[in-house]
Structures are given as structure tokens and as C-alpha cells.
Ligand binder design. Structure first.
Ligand SMILES: Cc1cc2nc3c(=O)[nH]c(=O)nc-3n(C[C@H](O)[C@H](O)[C@H](O)COP(=O)(O)OP(=O)(O)OC[C@H]3O[C@@H](n4cnc5c(N)ncnc54)[C@H](O)[C@@H]3O)c2cc1C
Length: 424
């Protein structure tokens, strides 16, 4: 067991950082645990910021990872509203806060997450241009959407990824007019490919969202801080009273980079390079959550996963690793989304080009089905849409890496569990 007089420091108080602190305590670590975060709010979960909380269906208190008193009760020293601006790996210290407080670490976890990519076009400094990552952004957006709904206003969203689409759904539920500008020909192309991306385009069309595919935003015009219109590279001008930039997120690697830690290739998603135990190129420094690029045994490639479950499980895995446990982190990537009355879960990893077939099990027309992305009979990923309690067998098939009978896979009368049993 690790010494009781050791100090473990966690940089970043998102889900990964908070869950790592919790795990250190539940695993019996009795040394100092210091959690430093540049946000003023206690660690919270982000999925409700574009769903229930944004829609006013969930209370503010419900988004927090732990109740505020939990940290003191578990002797976790919390420094909120303080940025870590330097790591000295030779001295094993981090520096944080306006007064440059320095603290020693025996083990350090980087859970610095990601930040929204900014639009690099004229007009992005207008007050009516928004992005969404933090609780305060969601609260501001909630006010914007409800006034757009009230005044029949227009929201232009740049990007048809998960956040862009979830905000489109929320905005329509508030009654705002919505146009989504997207570079590709279908939403979510880089995750779902064209086949299933179309399903989301149809869903949003039915709810009155306008799409402008194959275009990028080139400028936002306005007056006195107010947005008036958004221009695209094909010369079109879309009326807009507010613009949301939802063009992806970038891992927050500046601190790691300045400390000389090895980074992953930006072309492969970037992030802080870690091994299967979430250790960086420095054996006393670990990384988890959105910022970490780890080698995935099942897919045979490095992945950087920007999803809730990866923070939920990766933070604890890093904590156990810091305690010296020999554990490989190889969870099958998993995420979920809710848009209107469509709820879905996706497990696996199957970007366009990696699969040769999409097998549908169930009724895609009624939006109640499971889609499987398959390569030479091997299931790479599965998405259940308005079908529940199937994540176990889907992940079992992915993990087994055994070929499956694709006819049986597409047949709802063949129990999914029986296919896993046959393949593992
Ligand atoms: C609006 C929204 C909706 C989402 N919905 C879903 C969903 O439906 N399903 C799903 O699977 N995933 C969803 N996600 C993704 C999921 O929330 C993220 O994967 C998860 O938050 C990652 O957690 P993390 O702890 O790694 O990073 P973060 O949550 O980004 O936390 C990192 C924290 O570290 C802080 N920090 C960074 N650098 C420093 C520094 N130098 N000093 C001090 N503090 C620092 C940051 O400010 C931040 O508070 C959503 C994300 C957003 C933004």
C-alpha cells in the first residue's frame, strides 16, 4: 500500500478528476488528496447542460458529482477557481492560483478535459455568439433559447455533431427557428457514417430544423453586439439572432506540453499520450478523461474518447493505477444522447472506412432498432435507438473479436445474448 504521508494531486475537477478523488478514498488511500480546478463550481457532469438542465427539466443541484460537503468529509482538499499554470517534473510540484502557490506531489493526475473549438471568422466577438462547455454557458443559453422562442427568433448552429444536434432539439422545444450549417452531407458523419447520419437529419427535419449541408460559416454580421445574420462560403446569408459554435472540442494539453510530456499525434485526435495503465511519459504523472489518448487493446489503435463514460471509468482507473494496481484500461467506448423522443446509446468505435456493412435489427423507420457496424463479420460498434438494456451483449460481441452470423445479428427473433455466447 502507498504511504500515508504521500500527496496525490489532481488537476481538473470534471467528472474524471472528481471520480479519481473518490476512488483514491474508497481504495483506502490515507495520504493527501488535492483537487485543483479553474472553475468555481464544484465538479459537475456536463451531459445535462445540453439536455435536461438546458430544458429546465433538471435542477441545478442534480448535475454535481458529489454534494459540496462530500469533499471535506473525505478529506479532499478542493481548490476551486484556481488554474494550475506550471508543472515542475524534476521538483515534483505544481503551481496554481493568482499567488503562485506551489504544492508537492508524489503522483499527479491530469484530468484537464477539453475546450470548445472557436469559430475563426469575422463577427465571433459579438455577444450573440455562444459555445457550450460550462454550467454558466448552459444557463446563458437557456435564457437565449427561451427569448428566441418567445420572439420567434432564429438560432444558427455551426456544426451537426452531438452537441449541435442536442441544442437544435432544445431550441426547437423552446420554439426557436433553427438552421444548422454543416460541412458534411449528413450529421455525425465522422462517428456514424452516412447510413445512420441520415436518420438524425430526418428526425430534425421532422421537428422543423433546417440544414445547410456542404457549407461552412464564413462570417457573422451584427450591430451593437447583436447578431443579425450568418454567412456561409456559398454566399448564402441566414437570418440569425444568435449563433452557437458547436464545431468540436480540443483537448487541454497546454500544461502537459509545457511540462515536456509526450503528446499524441493531433491527426489522430491529439491529447496527452498515456499507456494502457493511463501513465504518461513520466511514470509519476497520469492522465484520464477527455484529455488522454490511450492504446485500446480491442481496436488495436490509440483512442481519445470525449464521452461521459470514459471520464466516469477512466478517472477511477487512473486512481487505481496511481496506487500501484496493475490494471489495463480497455473499456469499450460508450456514449448516449437524447434528442426529442429519441434516446440512443452507442458502444464501440467504427468511423467511416473502418467497416464494410451496417446491419439493422428492428424497425429503423419507427426509430426502434439496433444498428451494428461490421467488418468481415466482426462487430465493431452497435447503436441501440429506443431499445434498452442491450449494452451488455453489444459490448460482449465487440470485445470478443469473433465473427458473428450477420443474418442472425439482423434477426430480432434471435436473442442477442445467444450471439455473444456463440462468439466468445
Ligand atoms: C454540453 C455537453 C454535453 C455532453 N453530453 C454528453 C452525452 O450526452 N453523453 C456523453 O457520453 N458525453 C457527453 N459529453 C461529454 C462529457 O461531458 C465529457 O466527456 C466529460 O465531461 C469529460 O470529463 P473530464 O473530467 O475528462 O473533462 P472536463 O469535464 O472537461 O473537466 C476538466 C476540468 O478541468 C479544468 N481544467 C482544465 N485545465 C485546468 C488547469 N490548468 N487548472 C485547473 N483546472 C483546469 C476544466 O476547466 C474543467 O473543469 C457532453 C459534453 C458537453 C460539453
Amino acid at each position: 500500500m502507498v504511504d500515508a504521508d504521500q500527496t496525490f494531486v489532481i488537476v481538473g475537477g470534471g467528472l474524471a478528476g472528481a471520480k479519481a478523488a473518490e476512488t483514491l478514498r474508497t481504495e483506502g488511500f490515507t495520504g493527501r488528496v488535492i483537487l485543483i480546478c479553474d472553475e468555481r463550481d464544484h465538479p459537475y457532469e456536463r451531459p445535462p447542460l445540453s439536455k435536461g438542465y438546458l430544458l429546465g427539466k433538471e435542477e441545478r443541484d442534480s448535475v454535481f458529482v458529489h454534494e459540496p460537503a462530500w469533499y471535506a468529509r473525505h478529506d479532499v482538499e478542493l481548490h476551486l477557481g484556481q488554474t494550475v499554470d506550471a508543472i515542475d517534473r524534476a521538483a515534483r510540484t505544481v503551481r496554481f492560483g493568482d499567488d503562485g502557490t506551489t504544492v508537492h506531489y508524489d503522483k499527479l493526475l491530469l484530468a484537464t478535459g477539453a475546450e470548445p473549438r472557436r469559430l475563426d471568422v469575422p463577427g465571433t466577438d459579438l455577444a450573440g455568439v455562444h459555445h457550450l462547455r460550462r454550467l454558466a454557458h448552459s444557463e446563458r443559453l437557456k435564457g437565449v433559447l427561451s427569448s428566441l422562442g418567445r420572439d420567434n427568433g432564429h438560432l444558427v448552429i455551426a456544426g451537426a455533431g452531438w452537441i449541435g444536434l442536442e441544442i437544435a432539439a432544445a431550441a426547437r422545444q423552446y420554439g426557436a427557428e433553427v438552421t444548422v450549417v454543416h460541412r458534411g452531407q449528413t450529421p455525425l458523419h465522422s462517428v456514424l457514417g452516412p447510413e445512420l447520419g441520415q436518420l438524425f437529419a430526418d428526425l430534425h427535419h421532422e421537428h422543423g430544423v433546417r440544414f445547410h449541408f456542404g457549407a461552412t460559416l464564413t462570417g457573422i454580421t451584427g450591430q451593437d453586439g447583436m447578431v443579425l445574420a450568418a454567412r456561409t462560403d456559398d454566399g448564402e446569408e441566414h437570418p440569425a439572432h444568435a449563433v452557437l459554435a458547436a464545431i468540436g472540442a480540443a483537448p487541454r494539453v497546454a500544461l502537459a506540453e509545457a511540462a515536456g510530456l509526450e503528446l499524441a499525434d493531433p491527426a489522430a485526435g491529439g491529447g496527452v499520450l498515456v499507456d494502457e495503465r493511463l501513465r504518461t511519459s513520466d511514470p509519476d504523472v497520469y492522465a484520464a478523461g477527455d484529455v488522454a489518448s490511450f492504446p485500446h487493446g480491442v481496436f488495436g489503435t490509440r483512442l481519445r474518447v470525449e464521452h461521459w463514460a470514459n471520464a466516469l471509468n477512466g478517472g477511477p482507473a487512473a486512481a487505481r493505477s496511481m496506487l500501484g494496481r496493475e490494471e489495463r484500461y480497455d473499456r469499450v467506448p460508450y456514449f448516449f444522447s437524447d434528442q426529442y423522443d429519441l434516446g440512443m446509446e452507442y458502444s464501440g468505435w467504427a468511423p467511416p472506412g473502418s467497416y464494410d456493412q451496417v446491419v439493422i435489427r428492428g424497425d429503423a423507420g419507427k426509430r426502434q432498432f439496433i444498428a451494428f457496424w461490421v467488418k468481415e463479420g466482426h462487430v465493431l460498434a452497435g447503436m441501440n435507438v429506443n431499445v434498452w438494456d442491450v449494452t451488455g451483449p453489444i459490448q460482449g460481441m465487440i470485445r470478443s473479436r469473433q465473427p458473428v452470423d450477420t443474418e442472425a445479428l439482423g434477426d430480432p427473433h434471435v436473442p442477442l445474448e445467444s450471439l455473444v455466447a456463440r462468439t466468445s
